[in-house]
Each structure stands twice: as structure tokens, then as C-alpha cells.
Ligand binder design. Sequence first.
Ligand code: FE2
Ligand code: FE2
Length: 390
Amino acid sequence: MNYVSAQCARLNVVAIEVAATLDLCASIVIEMPVIEGKALLGRHVYMLANLLDLTIRRTAELGAPAEYRTVRNAGRLKADQLVEASELSTPEVLRKYLLACYLDVQGALAPLISGSDVLIAGLDEPTCQFAREAIYRLQQATGQLQQCIASEAVLAFGWKPTLWQWVWRDIPKRPGRDERFALTRVVDPRATGDSTEAVRFHRTLMSLEIPTIEACAQNILEDGGLPIEFLVDMCRQSYDEARHADAFILGLRELRCALGAYPISLDLWELTHQHEVAMRLAIHQRAGETIGVNSAQWWSRKFEDDQAERFATLYAIIMHDEVAHVRQGNYWIWHICGNSQEAVSRLSDQAYEIRAAQTTGVIDGQKKYPIDRALMLSAGYTPVEIARME
Ligand SMILES: [Fe+2]
Ligand SMILES: [Fe+2]
């Protein structure tokens, strides 16, 4: 095998391992009950998606592009085989799997890093640099995943999952929530008012940010055959939502409000998880996150008026992230609908009907916040659609 084909073969191994680890992360995000762990892994999927993207790009530059869907299928097959071969469906098996995955990647990339031919190593600098970067990033992800599985919080909450539960073939009926939180279909009246920042932060964290990390994880796992750009977009959103979640966790701590102080709901998950990707995007990334944009802007201004600078900044940053999420949602909806306004409108109307039929109050609010035309344009709405909103 010549040098270039050998490099591509090595990169292909990396792509498959990274894809498998990414799917594993997304599965755990949905299943694991500890919300801090969800936020941690919610950040990591973005790093892994970028790594996968880089790997495939480099194979293309070297003239033998790895095919994205083939890579993802191979990653899944690998994990499926592991599950089938294992009697011990415990975190211990998962730990072994992660270690094996990391060692495979390290083994595949080692020759790139220790290349003795100065001329070739210098010439193939992009691949060598990629190899160093890939090993570092995967080491980080594997370490964090292991920490997550073995963390005191996880053990304290008695999370003893079996590996089959994490496998992407079956999306769980409900996402994991740890013992701190009381699940209820009935929303506590305190949690629907505007009485305190704590109530607002708790509700935003548990009804919006954490469920959106989970929704992104489902989009990563059940992507309807969309290209790698969709994966990267969903992983970027997951990273954003994880940062939002962490900010609200810190904010609640500052306000001396315990996690679980108020009842929570699984409305967002229940609204979307049983639908196909296009409808999930229409219900969530388009309709839902649009409310998020307008409400974040409203809250940012309110905190500014109240001279609560830091909280105003928090909402301003979130608002700009949310604009990007709606834009991505709109982009993929138009893509799936073959750029037909009629098809988009039909999907969108159905999504609003589903929301109206199923909403209990937690994720409502579109009437309350004024619409910002410039933001809506930036979020990918057409002028006709904006006129309909107003
Ligand atoms: Fe968010
Ligand atoms: Fe968002």
C-alpha cells in the first residue's frame, strides 16, 4: 500500500472510532439521570463532531474521501457487536469499550506522529498535526466520559444502567432525571409566574435547556439520513445548550436555590421524540426556539432595566445563540422540504397544531413576547412568514 492510501486507511479507522464514541455520548446524554453529566457530554459531542468532520476532510484532501454514512454505519456496527458479545452489560463494559476505542485510534495514528522521514513528515504536516490533535481531543472525551460514568454524583444517585439501554436503536420513552427532581404533568403555579429569578432559572434549565440537549442528542442519533453538516449543526447547538444549562446551574447556586426546588416537566421530550426529524425540527428548532429568541431578548432588557448587568448579559448571549438555532432549524427544514414554501408552511402549521394540543403552559408564551423583525430575518424566516407572525 502506498503512503497516501495508508494514511487514508488510518484516518478511516479514526473516523469510525470517533463516530462510535459520538453516538455513545449522545445515547448517554438521553439516558443518564444526572443533569450535570448531560451538560458535560452535551459539550463534548461538538468537539467529536468537529473531529469527525476534520478527519473526513483530510481523507478528501488526500484523494480518497471517507464516505460519511459508511463511517457512521461502521461505528454503529462496531458498538452493536460489542453489545451482542457482552454478557456484562454494565458501566464496566462501557469503560473497556472506551479504552479500546482510544487505543485503536492511538495505534492507528502513532505512525503519523513518530514519522522518521523528515521530508515526508514535513510535507504531510496537515495529517500529522491532525493526528496529534485527534489523540488529544479523544483522550479528553474518553476521560470525561469515564468520569461521568464513575462520578460520585452518578453513583450517589444509584445509576446502574445496562449497556443495551444506551444503544441508539431504541430511543427511550423518557429521558433520565435524577432523584432531586419531582416529575409532574401539572405545573406548579409558582413556576409559571415571574415572581423570582430563581423560579425562572429553574424552569428554563429543566424545561428548556436540558430537554434541548436531549433533543439534539436524538437528532444526532436519528438524523433522517441528512449529511454531516446536520450532525455538526446539532452538535454545535448541543454545545450551546450545555453552556446555557451550566450558566443557569451557576445562577441558581448564586441565588441559593437548590436544583429540584420546583417541579419539572418533560413536555419538550414528549412533544417531539416520537416524530420524524422534519417535524421535530419544526416543533422545536423552529417554533420553540423562536419563542426562546423573543423571550431571551425580553428578559435581557428587563434585567438591564433592573440594573442586573450579569443576568442581562446571560440572556443577551443566549438570545444570539438561539437565533443561530432557529436559523439552523429553518435551513434544514427548507432542505428537507425541497425548498418549497408550501411544504414548509404545511409542516410548520402541523407543528403549531401539535404544540397547541399538547402544551401545558411550561413551553407556551409566544403571545407574551414582542417579535423583533431583524432577529427573525436573521433566524431565516422569510418576510411573508414574519408578516404572519406579527
Ligand atoms: Fe438554550
Ligand atoms: Fe436553543
